[in-house]
Design a protein around this ligand. Structure first.
Ligand code: ANZ
Length: 878
């Protein structure tokens, strides 16, 4: 290398107009180097993970897989590029990193595309996947494509079916009647997403949607409620924990029984209402029991039919029909005007024996608690509104602070002392809750109880594009699970599927799929035509990446024990409840079935923010990007213009990763300039070549003779340069650990400027300069994988930069050399002056005595004593 050097210098003298190094050095051209390295990495299988390699510690880095809706938009890049950098960082830190990718390929949009454009969901999905794969390669992501999963292929969904069968055997999958959204005009079940607007109308025809009961399949997630409230085995964001906790919604209280007064009921109902004709309510406030002046049943409550008196029946039925058109959210909204209907009967208060009227009202939900409440209007807002509207008494039973014994002007929901509560008068409400529950238990009218807001997971979808539920219905044997050996139950993908049949799932029309024989008796039987919720796929996909093609098992147990749980998961906060609860449930269920050993699926979770549509395209309020709104920013155009490295670095630079925000690319030119500056710093003349040569081991080469026109760096300059480098290593490493990508990029920019200035002002020893170049490139490699690989190669580094060791820093080199010398006068701090670490005692004392603070307080006096504490303070005693 040294010889080559002198030759080039000679050339310089013969061709003075164009500098030889500029002539020799190619300009930075992302469109050339990026595809080149992508092809090379793929050919060399650089990113394939050997799952069996035990020489390094494993690190499973997973980022949520996308729905193949068309092509990637900039939001996908925002989620993926920093994750890729995070995974690359782990790899350079000596981990055996698994960083897989796949496609969440089942779901409604594919079916809607089929209806709208007449293209088969399979074709639509697979061609989108093709495009998105290409785009992900173009961003230089290090996904190991040999592990890819595509959930709509039988080799994947076979195992959804297999898990379903295991759950069915274990009682974790079951079938029951449940309300679904139903369009009365189209005569069809609608998916949640197909019910639109506040009026809850059918997306296709605009008809108001109603609720209808159909038999549905459920997974018994409620079995795990208490364990799901325990987050101690993971490091998940507070926010996700809170959302999950609220979603699970654990409430402690009591169940209280109110006997129904049967004297009022028509004789034909007497038999139906025999001995257990009582209504059980759930309340979190048993301490308010004496204030209960009415009972409300959910309109769907089974007792309604039995207890309603004949003269009230017509009105009650009409009210029930009206309720069925509303969503639970509407029904629960506190600002809704309360409505209800008296059903003609009364119940007996368990402690006072007074008669209380029974109503139905939409604000009481069937699926929560017992589907019945006691109305305590003085202490519950909804009950207050209801009582005001229907003129019911509002007795105060919990005294608000400084209560004067008068009726309340407004509801009081707080704690207080029990009043008008018989033997409990004077009891504080907290204690009262327990005491009243105990009393009820003693007299057989209730008991302490806990209830949860979460329901079992409804997995049935009356849709075509999903995993068929492996169940057969036989006239003789009823519900028969498909034998495991017959899996997968293949979803037919032929062209005969009609996607818009009236009032039923497309599979019901597919005779070949529908008609089968009973596995027990061989008689003709029918298949279940419901398919599974797509969230089933993502509940266990992390296991499938370990062996995506294996048709004998969902995953290899030894591999799973080694690789799971996922070490780092990244994805959007919108998955805080459904997906992230379902996958926790699955993990626990698999563990209890003896299939795995994990308690939790993902150890660490990071939620990146959302990139919204550009302000100019979304107007006042920032909108999510979506094709239908035409506000999507395509990464392809940006990559073409700037190159993937610049786009990646820009996405990381725009702000803290968990913040997102409206897309604004006005700063991208600054990032482009930085990328170009790095190129120039390392590869451009005049001094570049002589300074950056690295030997084959990736280390800087031996010293070259400095050119005569550049001064040698002083010791101080060398020290400063090394300090900047080591400090950057230290800082940037910390930032990678905590996903602070924006500060990673800004620190690297700063180092680039420092080095550029240094390069222009002095000649540094090769070892020093080489260390600086190496460090900047290595720290930058996860952010901008192509340009760093290119420069690394040009400087003679060993291929590939992406498998080099992460640079380490020396704390002594990184340490700031100055400190603030504290100046005290008679023990009181009077000033602080900057001083060099290791400063001589006499010099420190002199600086202290001359400081402004000291001069002010010492005045003209001669100090009696001056004490110096090394690298800390000077105390002047006068
Ligand atoms: C009497 C009472 C008095 C109540 C009072 C509250 C305050 P959380 O905390 O969300 O669990 N409730 C019970 N079941 C219901 C249902 N199916 N639909 C609608 N509301 C229902 O709420 C529990 C409280 O919500 C229960 O306690 C009950 O009203 C109501 F001063 O009972 B409470």
């Amino acid at each position: 290398m040294t010889t080559q050097m002198s030759t080039t210098i000679e050339v310089a003298t013969t061709e003075p107009t164009i500098h030889p190094f500029i002539q020799r050095t190619n300009r930075y051209d992302a469109s050339v180097i990026e595809p080149k390295w992508q092809a090379r990495w793929a050919a060399d299988r650089l990113y394939e993970t050997d799952l069996n390699d035990n020489s390094k510690r494993k690190f499973y880095f997973l980022t949520m897989y996308p729905y193949p809706s068309g092509d990637l938009h900039i939001g996908h890049w925002y989620a993926i590029a920093p994750s890729d950098a995070g995974a690359r960082y782990r790899r350079m830190n000596g981990f055996n990193v698994l960083f897989p990718m796949g496609f969440d390929a089942f779901g409604l949009p594919a079916e809607n595309a089929a209806i709208r454009h007449g293209i088969h969901p399979y074709k639509w999905t697979m061609s989108n996947i093709e495009t998105m794969r290409r785009q992900m390669r173009s961003m230089g992501a290090m996904f190991d494509w040999t592990k890819e999963v595509v959930t709509c292929l039988p080799e994947f969904y076979k195992w959804n079916q297999w898990f379903f069968l295991q759950f069915f055997k274990a009682g974790l999958a079951y079938k029951k009647m449940a309300p679904v959204d139903w369009c009365p005009k189209d005569q069809t079940v609608l998916a949640r997403e197909q019910v639109v607007g506040e009026e809850r109308v059918c997306e296709r025809c605009g008809t108001p949607v109603i609720k209808r009961d159909l038999e549905q399949w459920f997974f018994r997630i409620t079995k795990y409620v208490d364990e799901l409230l325990d987050f101690s085995k993971m490091q998940w964001p507070e926010r996700v924990q809170t959302l999950q906790t609220n979603w699970i919604g654990r409430s402690e209280g009591a169940e209280i029984q109110f006997r129904v007064l049967s004297a009022e009921l028509p004789s034909q109902n007497d038999s139906a209402l025999s001995t257990q004709d009582s209504i059980t309510v759930f309340s979190t406030r048993p301490d308010t029991l004496y204030g209960a002046t009415f009972i409300v049943l959910a309109p769907e409550h089974p007792l309604v039919a039995q207890v309603t008196t004949p003269e009230r029946k017509a009105e009650v039925d009409a009210y029930i029909a009206q309720t069925r058109r509303m969503s639970e959210i509407e029904r629960e909204a506190t600002d809704n005007e309360k409505s209800g209907v008296f059903i003609g009967a009364h119940a007996i208060h368990p402690l006072t024996n007074e008669r209380v009227p029974i109503f139905i009202a939409d604000y009481v939900l069937m699926g929560y608690g017992t589907g019945a409440i006691m109305g305590v209007p003085a202490h519950d807002t909804r009950d207050w509104d209801f009582a005001k509207k229907y003129n019911l008494p509002i007795p105060v039973v919990i005294a608000p602070p400084a209560w004067n014994g008068q009726p309340l002007d407004e509801v009081y929901e707080g704690d207080g002392v029990m009043v008008n509560s018989g033997e409990f008068d004077g009891t504080p409400s907290a204690e009262g809750k327990r005491k009243v529950a105990e009393k009820l238990q003693a007299i057989g009218a209730g008991k302490p109880a806990v209830t949860y807001r979460i329901r079992d997971w409804l997995i049935s979808r009356q849709r075509y594009w999903g995993t068929p539920i492996p169940i057969i219905y036989c006239d003789t044997h009823g519900i028969v699970p498909v034998p495991e050996n017959d899996l997968p139950v293949v979803l037919p993908v032929d062209d005969s599927i009609r996607f818009n049949p009236e009032g039923q799932s497309p599979l019901l029309e597919h005779a070949e799929f529908l008609n089968t024989t009973c596995p027990i008796c061989g008689d003709p039987a029918r298949r279940e035509t419901d398919t599974m919720d797509g969230f089933v796929d993502s509940s266990w996909y992390q296991y499938r990446f370990l062996s995506p093609a294996d048709m004998r098992a969902p995953f290899d147990r030894t591999m799973a024990d080694k690789w799971l749980p996922v070490d780092q998961y990244t994805g959007g906060i919108e998955h805080a409840t459904m997906h992230l609860l379902y996958t926790r449930f699955f993990t626990k269920a698999l563990r209890d079935l003896g299939i795995t050993e994990d308690d939790e699926p993902m150890r660490r979770l990071f939620n990146q923010g959302t990139i919204l549509a550009p302000v100019e395209k979304s107007g006042e309020r920032a909108q999510k990007m979506s094709k239908s709104k035409g506000n999507v920013v395509s990464p392809d155009d940006l990559v073409q213009e700037y190159g993937a490295d610049t786009v990646r670095a820009f996405l990381m630079f725009i702000g803290p990763w968990d913040q997102g925000g409206p897309w604004d690319d006005s700063g991208i030119d600054g990032v482009r300039r930085w990328i170009h500056r790095v190129w120039a710093l390392m590869l451009d003349a005049p001094t570049a070549d002589r300074r950056h040569q690295m030997a084959d081991d990736g280390q800087p080469s031996t010293l070259n003779r400095p050119p005569s026109d550049i001064p040698m760096a002083t010791d101080e300059q060398v020290k400063e340069l090394r300090r900047a480098v080591h400090q950057t290593i230290q800082r940037v490493t910390e930032y990678y650990e905590s996903f602070k990508f924006n500060t990673i990029v800004s620190s690297l920019m700063e180092l680039t400027s420092t080095l550029t200035r240094a390069k222009d002002s002095a000649w540094y020893p090769d070892a020093v300069w080489g260390e600086a170049m190496n460090s900047l490139l290595l720290l930058m490699a996860p952010v901008a994988p192509h340009i760093t690989e290119e420069i690394w190669e040009r400087l003679g580094g060993t291929y590939s930069i992406h498998i080099q060791n992460w640079p380490t820093y020396n704390p002594q080199v990184a340490a700031e050399e100055s400190f603030m010398l504290i100046v005290q006068v008679n023990g009181k701090v009077r000033d602080r002056v900057p001083a060099r670490i290791g400063i001589e005692e006499s010099r420190a004392k002199e600086m202290a005595l001359q400081s402004e603070g000291a001069r002010k307080y010492v005045g003209g006096k001669t100090p009696r004593q001056v004490i110096y504490v090394k690298d800390k303070l000077v105390n002047i005693v006068v």
